[in-house]
Design a protein around this ligand. Structure first.
Ligand code: TRP
Length: 351
């Protein structure tokens, strides 16, 4: 059976953007592929190093696993595990880091975009307020070409873990030699980087890995409630899968409905045609919005119920993750052994 590996950063509950970007595909494919879901806790640290101190990550691991189960991933079929509980993935990351140049690591478009997000919000920067402000304003004021200069200035201040997170993501994918990676569109550059790592490793050390394929959903990017290009927790423009019906109503009521808003796209997704709400050629938002909220709530209701039933039993979740760790670790150990042998790093001292 071919394998899927995909996963999430445990930075908070998952939202509709995650659902349409990746979760829906996971659910549809779980019977056709042996499926692994990684909860990528190391990957949280690049922009949440200190404010987490363990507990928030732990809570968010729970949120992410519950959301995956709530949308219909079957705990009897799917292997869930926590990234940091399979240390072999770190070893593989360490090895892969030698296959990637600094320039290549910087050239990843999603890394660049995320970098700008971090620069404009984060206090990982030890620099003075003025320095951060300077970089931020450059980003807003200048052309793409000049942004390159911002990157160059900013990179010197960025933590190395951030630059390397796509390499660690390659190790997430390759430890189990996954064939397919269902992801949102923004993750494509990481899959491309993973494929490059495969080619380079195989060229240097002989056929070991196969290039994984990305699977991007039909709705690769869900726009935000504010009309921005992406639904994203850090932009605060999301509807969480665990949102109550009241929260959904409020979110839709308050959603941006000016030029180029995203509401009709949501309508199409949930089976509403805005044309049915037209009076003399103008869509009546006062009617459309509540109807949309109702459709979203109809969609979320079974997800909420499923979530609540799993939430009652945290011990079950720990057990699920223990079993997942055991299974993932066994595979990771085999892969690492093979990798070290191919590299000649299985020392036997037989000269
Ligand atoms: N970077 C992914 C995200 O932000 C999460 C992730 C970590 C992942 N490791 C992965 C996704 C491996 C697919 C495969 O959503």
């Amino acid at each position: 059976m071919k394998r899927i590996l995909t996963g999430d950063r445990p930075t908070g509950p998952l939202h509709l953007g995650h659902y349409f970007g990746s979760l829906k595909n996971r659910v549809e494919l779980q019977n056709k592929y042996e499926t692994f879901i990684i909860v990528a806790d190391w990957q949280v640290l690049y922009d949440h190093l200190e404010d987490e101190k363990g507990k928030a990550i732990e809570r968010n691991i729970m949120e992410v696993v519950l959301d995956n189960l709530a949308v219909g991933l079957d705990p009897d079929k799917v292997t869930f595990f926590i990234q940091s509980e399979v240390p072999e993935i770190c070893e593989l990351t360490q090895i892969f880091q030698f296959l990637v140049t600094v320039a290549r690591a910087k050239r990843n478009p999603t890394v660049k975009e995320e970098f700008l997000n971090i620069v404009s919000k984060n206090d990982l920067y030890d620099e003075s307020e003025e320095e951060v402000k300077f970089i931020r304003e450059w980003h807003l004021k200048f052309s793409d070409e000049d942004k390159e200069k911002v990157f160059n200035k900013g990179w010197d201040k960025m933590n190395l873990g951030f630059l390397c997170f796509p390499i660690s993501q390659a190790a997430d994918i390759l430890f189990c030699k996954a064939d397919l990676v269902p992801v949102g569109e923004d993750q494509m550059p990481h899959i491309e980087q993973t494929r490059e790592i495969v080619r380079k490793f195989n060229r240097l050390f002989g056929d070991t890995f196969t290039e994984p394929e990305a699977l991007v959903s039909k709705t690769p990017r869900l726009r935000g409630l504010d009309g921005q290009a992406k639904m994203s927790k850090s932009l605060g423009n999301v509807i969480n899968l665990k949102a109550t019906s009241g929260e959904v109503e409020l979110a839709i009521k308050g959603a941006y409905s000016g030029e180029n808003h995203a509401l009709f796209e949501y309508g199409k997704l949930f089976g509403l045609n805005e044309k049915d709400f037209e009076v003399s050629g103008v869509v009546q938002m006062g009617k459309f919005k509540p109807a949309l909220a109702e459709k979203i709530n109809d969609f979320l209701e079974p997800i909420r119920k499923q979530r609540a039933s799993f939430q009652k039993d945290p011990k079950f979740i720990r057990k699920l993750l223990d079993n997942g760790r055991a299974k993932a670790q066994k595979i990771a150990q085999e892969t690492l052994k093979e990798v070290k042998q191919k590299m000649g790093m299985d020392y036997k001292f037989k000269f």
